[in-house]
Design a protein around this ligand. Structure first.
Ligand code: F6P
Length: 459
C-alpha cells in the first residue's frame, strides 16, 4: 500500500517538545497523526563526526527516521545557508544575510546526504512531501536518482519578491530546484505570486493555467494551502492546562489586571522590538492602564548561535529593562518577559486568561500562535486577537484587529481598543474567526495539498 513520506529538517518526535516548537513541526505532526507514514529529518543532534546512521522509532502510525549532522554540516547548512541566508531574505531582511561560499555547498551536500539516506526507504507507489526552506533542492536530487513518485514541496515561510530574491546568492538554483516538484505550496496568494514573478523574471518562465509554471525545461504547479490547526484539540488542551501550577500561579498573580500575551520564538521576524515599543506607548499615552494591565511575553531562545539573534536578544533585554524601570511599581511589573518555553497545554490555558493575544510579526509565513490563541478562548468570554497584517494568518482572520506592526503608535491605540472592547463585539469577532479556523483546519490543509499533488503527478 502506498505510504506518505514527509521530509523536514525539524522532526517533532513524541515526547521531545521543548516548548519552542514552531509551526512546521506542530502542523505536520497533527496532519501525520491522521494518515501515518514515515517522517524523515534531522534528529536535532550535532555529532563529533560525519554520520549516516539512521535512528528509527515507531509511535502510533508514524515511523520517525532521523539522522545527525556533523558540526560542519550544521554550520554550513542549518546555521549558514538556511538560517543566515534564506531565512533573513525570505523574511525581507537582506541586510541580515551573512553568506559564505561554503554555506551553499554545505546546504547542497546535506540535501544530497538526505536524498541518499531516503532513497532506499522509497517504494514505487509512495508519495513524498518535502517541507521548508532547508530542503528546497531535495526533490531535484531525488529526481536525478530516478525517483518518479509524486513529490510535493511546501514552504512554511514567506517567499520574497523578485528584487529581494535576486539578492540571494544561488537564487537561480533555488528557483530551478522548485521547478522540479509536481506541486509547490504556499500559505498565501501573495507568496505564490512572488514565486511566479521569480520564475518569470529569474528563469524566463511562463505562467500557464491553474497556477502552473513552465520554463520550457521544467514544469510545476503552484498553489495556496494555508496551514490550520486542530481547533477542538487546542480547546481540550487548554482545559487540561488549567490543572497546571503555572496556570494557577499566573491567574492568582494577576488579581483583576488584564493580561496581554505574546508567544514567539526569539526571532527578529517576530517584531518584538516594535511590539514592546507599542506596549510602552499604551502606558505612556493612556495612563489609565498603568497598574491595570500585564504584558506576558514568552520567547524561548532560538538559533542562539546565529549572530543576528544574539544582537536581537540584547536589544530586547535593554528595552524590557527600560520599560520596567520607567513604569513599574514596587507591587506591579508591566512586562513579564521569559526566555523559555512551556508545555503547549499550559500555554493554551494562559491564552484563555489573556484578554489580548498580541501577535505582531514584521513578516511571518502563517503564524499558528494567532490561530491557537483564538481556538483556546472561552466562547462566552473570548479575548481579542491583535494581529499583524504581515502574518499569513491575516489573509484569513479579517475579524481580528489587524495592525501594521511598523506603526507602533497605531498599535498602542489598537491595544487600547482591544482592552476596552465590549463583550458582544468580542464574541462576534471571535465567532467569525472560528468559522474560518474550523473550515481551514489542519486536515483540510493536508487533504487539499495531497489531492492536488496526486492529480498533478498523474497528468
Ligand atoms: O517555517 C519556519 C519554521 O520551520 C517554523 O515552522 C518554525 O517556526 C521555525 O521555522 C523553526 O525553526 P528551527 O527549526 O530553526 O527551530
Amino acid at each position: 500500500m502506498s505510504k506518505l513520506i514527509v521530509v523536514s529538517n525539524r522532526v517533532a518526535r513524541p515526547g521531545g517538545g521543548s516548548g519552542s516548537e514552531g509551526g512546521l513541526s506542530v502542523g505536520v505532526n497533527a496532519a501525520m497523526k491522521e494518515r501515518g507514514g514515515v517522517w524523515f529529518g534531522w534528529n536535532g543532534k550535532i555529532e563529533n563526526k560525519n554520520t549516516n546512521e539512521l535512528n528509527s522509532y515507531e509511535s502510533g502510525n508514524i515511523n520517525y527516521v532521523t539522522v545527525g549532522l556533523s558540526k560542519s554540516e550544521y554550520n554550513d547548512y542549518y546555521k549558514g545557508y538556511a538560517n543566515s541566508v534564506l531565512w533573513p531574505a525570505f523574511h525581507h531582511r537582506p541586510e541580515l544575510m551573512d553568506y559564505h561560499e561554503s554555506d551553499l555547498q554545505g546546504y547542497l551536500k546535506v540535501n544530497i546526504k538526505f536524498a541518499n539516506l531516503l532513497r532506499p526507504l522509497i517504494d514505487d507507489d509512495d508519495v513524498i512531501w518535502i517541507h521548508d526552506y532547508h530542503l528546497i533542492p531535495l526533490g531535484e536530487i531525488l529526481r536525478k536518482m530516478g525517483v518518479n513518485n509524486p513529490i510535493g514541496f511546501f514552504l512554511h515561510t514567506p517567499f520574497p519578491p523578485q528584487d529581494l530574491l535576486r539578492a540571494i546568492p544561488g537564487y537561480k538554483k533555488i528557483l530551478e530546484a522548485l521547478m522540479e516538484y509536481d506541486l509547490v505550496g504556499f500559505h498565501t496568494e501573495t507568496d505564490r505570486r512572488c514565486f511566479t514573478g521569480g520564475v518569470m523574471h529569474g528563469l524566463d518562465g511562463r505562467e500557464l493555467n491553474m497556477g502552473r509554471l513552465s520554463t520550457g525545461r521544467a514544469q510545476t504547479r503552484s498553489g495556496v494551502y494555508p496551514i490550520g490547526i486542530e481547533t477542538d484539540n487546542v480547546s481540550e488542551m487548554s482545559g487540561k492546562g488549567k490543572r497546571s501550577t503555572e496556570y494557577t500561579r499566573l491567574r492568582d498573580s494577576l488579581s483583576d489586571r488584564k493580561l496581554i500575551i505574546g508567544v514567539d520564538r526569539l526571532d527578529y521576524s517576530k517584531g518584538l522590538m516594535h511590539r514592546f515599543k507599542a506596549f510602552e506607548g499604551l502606558l505612556k499615552n493612556y495612563p489609565e492602564f498603568l497598574r491595570k494591565v500585564v504584558y506576558l511575553q514568552i520567547s524561548p531562545t532560538s538559533r542562539g548561535d546565529v549572530e543576528a539573534y544574539h544582537e536581537l536578544a540584547e536589544q530586547i533585554d535593554r528595552l524590557a529593562g527600560h520599560i520596567i524601570g520607567t513604569y513599574a511599581d514596587f507591587d506591579w511589573m508591566p512586562i513579564r518577559y521569559i526566555n523559555r518555553g512551556f508545555r503547549r497545554a499550559t500555554v493554551f490555558a494562559m491564552y484563555q486568561l489573556a484578554r489580548v493575544g498580541f501577535v505582531t510579526p514584521l513578516r511571518d509565513g502563517m503564524n499558528l500562535v494567532a490561530k491557537e490563541y483564538l481556538a483556546a478562548q472561552n466562547p462566552e468570554d473570548p479575548g481579542v486577537l491583535v494581529l499583524s497584517k504581515m502574518a499569513g494568518a491575516a489573509a484569513e482572520l479579517d475579524a481580528a484587529l489587524i495592525v501594521n506592526p511598523y506603526d507602533s503608535q497605531n498599535v498602542s491605540k489598537v491595544l487600547k481598543q482591544a482592552l476596552k472592547m465590549p463583550l458582544d463585539e468580542r464574541i462576534d469577532r471571535w465567532q467569525h474567526c472560528m468559522e474560518i479556523l474550523k473550515r481551514n483546519n489542519i486536515y483540510a490543509w493536508q487533504e487539499n495539498f495531497m489531492t492536488d499533488l496526486l492529480a498533478e503527478a498523474q497528468r
